[in-house]
Design a protein around this ligand. Structure first.
Ligand code: THU
Length: 215
């Protein structure tokens, strides 16, 4: 196992994704912009992020651990298998990208989800949100412990890097952990490695929240 600290500014990391997603949505009104449009937004997002980082030096790095797929516990293995099984049943005719998410609850229940695309593109939903909203609907009182996520193009699964949750999913995961006053662990994995992030808050330091009402 190795421990890493990754500079947000050097990596394609969630706050960047979040800004890119917002930029794309603001400019083009769709989460499915062309590569060229995404590239433009990417540069805009990087500027935004640099400004944001100046505000808080402590938010510059994100900690995670990296483990081989065979080095994890039996419990984690079961969770990864559930996420992988879910990914195999994804409905992704538009992107061809299959995502699976499996959420472990405190009582041992595992809830899974996969991406569900739609011809009206923005009507589709990511795997993480399918899983978390299912948990919210069916197990509203049971604390979530960790969520495992994998994403890949089936035809090149062996070479894929781990897929990172999009900004919208991070917002939903973050709010779900806040609701239970807990830290939700995130496991990202591919065929070879497992990356463990100790809580969602560090991945979305500028999560949206409503302002407290004034006294
Ligand atoms: N997707 C997810 O399921 N989760 C994420 O966090 C990011 C992206 C899905 C949405 C879409 O169906 C496909 O991956 C390609 O963007």
């Amino acid at each position: 196992m190795s421990v890493g600290r990754m500079q947000i500014s050097d990596a394609q990391f969630p706050i960047l994704y979040f800004c890119v997603e917002q930029e794309i949505t603001n400019k083009f009104g769709s989460a499915f912009a062309s590569a060229e449009e995404q590239d433009l937004s990417w540069h805009a997002a990087k500027l935004t992020v640099r400004e944001a980082l100046l505000m808080d030096e402590n938010k510059k790095t994100v900690g995670f651990t990296e483990t081989g797929r065979r080095e994890i516990s039996a419990e984690d293995h079961k969770l990864l298998a559930a996420a992988e099984h879910a990914s195999e049943q994804a409905w992704a005719p538009n992107s061809g990208f299959h995502v699976g998410a499996a959420l472990l609850l405190e009582d041992g229940t595992i809830v899974s989800g996969n991406n569900q695309e739609n011809t009206a593109y923005p009507s589709g939903l990511c795997a993480e949100r399918v899983a978390v909203f299912y948990a919210g609907a069916h197990y509203p009182q049971i604390k979530p412990i960790r969520i495992a996520v994998c994403g890949y193009h089936p035809e090149r699964k062996a070479e894929e890097k781990p897929a990172f949750p999009c900004g919208g999913c991070l917002q939903v995961l973050w709010e779900y952990q806040q609701r239970f006053n807990t830290d939700l662990e995130l496991l990202l994995f591919n065929e070879h490695k497992v990356y463990r992030f100790s809580d969602i808050g560090q991945l979305l330091p500028f999560a949206f929240r409503l302002n407290e009402p004034r006294a």
